[in-house]
Design a protein around this ligand. Sequence first.
Ligand code: CTP
Length: 403
Amino acid sequence: MRIVLGVTGGIAAYKAAELARLLIRSGHEVQAVLTRSAEEFIRPLTFASLTGRKVITDIFSSASPDATLSSAVEHIGVAQEHDLLLIAPATANTLAKLAHGLADDFLSTMYLAFTGPVVLAPAMNDKMWAHPATQANLVALRARGHYIVDPGTGFLACGTLGQGRLAENETILAAVEAAVEAALQPPVRDLKGEHLLITAGPTQEPLDPVRYLTNRSSGKMGYALAQAALERGATVTLVSGPVSLNPPVGAQVVQVRTAQEMYDVVIANLDTATTVIKCAAVADYRPAAASSEKIKKAGTPLTLELTPTTDILAELGRTKGNRILIGFAAETGNLRDYATRKLEAKNCDMIVANLVGGPDSGFESDNNEVLLALKGGEFIDIPKAPKAEIANRILDQIGRFRS
Ligand code: CTP
């Protein structure tokens, strides 16, 4: 693939040099474009040496007094001659310019003329990342189908600890490969126009500052659903409990910890959602009171008082309107009966029921084997398959509900 690597002005610009090398090693051709601010952090010569090509730094960089026309339309030529645009690092300013269509330098002008896949790897201070303006720009860019490689959490150049660090080069490379693959095979975009709100993973209910109640959910099923939905053209908001998975590129991911936090985030994101899939293994109970001090052992039995959490799915069932509502049921037996009961009790359109406790399906596994219980009394057995495959079979039902 012929890739334009846009580098914008952040401290992480130096990492883009290694990224250029990795892209070339993976067989891509790289045309580096540096913004003026990027040049403050890294020299064009570094990229020229790595890519073996002249680096573009300015909208009129190749202009000479008698060659005005060709240089003035260089951004169009570069846009037409390349297959993928990657911007890493992408500053808050660049995201804002792209989101609003401002064209005041080579990169932002070329972006407007570019029709291929766009991968953006933002990097900035954590407060700038969390700012509603930046988040609104990201929503707009995701809605355009751009891949956003979310920044990681760690120590930032400004000395604070938070989210904003440029994603690892390997993660960015994986997003580029995913975008390349998607571009090569025109995907089935049957969920275009749908906004899926998907919950995934376990919740953690604190007992004291060092202990919590949780369950064995790995989040893999919910993340597979988010990934498959994105590939099929949906906009995805993924509300995730604590898991150790890389978020799917292109999803808006909100991390939560407790059942109450999950409830709050789901309700806050409900307005625009057309389908809700409650895949998370939400705690049914939490400690009645979380101690602010570490609980000391006393050598005598300890009784914990637990209080029920809000059943998010049941609450959504009461106010669902035209939304498609899909719940999950993890059971150790009587799948049909329990699935049917939950379908009715929580007013869902479908319950995805799976047997847990077996050796290679359900929690933590890469495979799953489920029974779909649909409103109206239909059951569909989906035999053991990778979770990505199961996810697509579940999403197939959305089309049926809509027709
Ligand atoms: N769920 C939820 N909020 C909760 C508990 C569960 O939204 N506080 C959702 C889960 O995300 C899942 C579905 O409800 O989609 C099934 O959860 P489960 O705990 O298995 O069902 P319950 O109705 O609580 O029944 P039981 O625990 O008796 O099996």
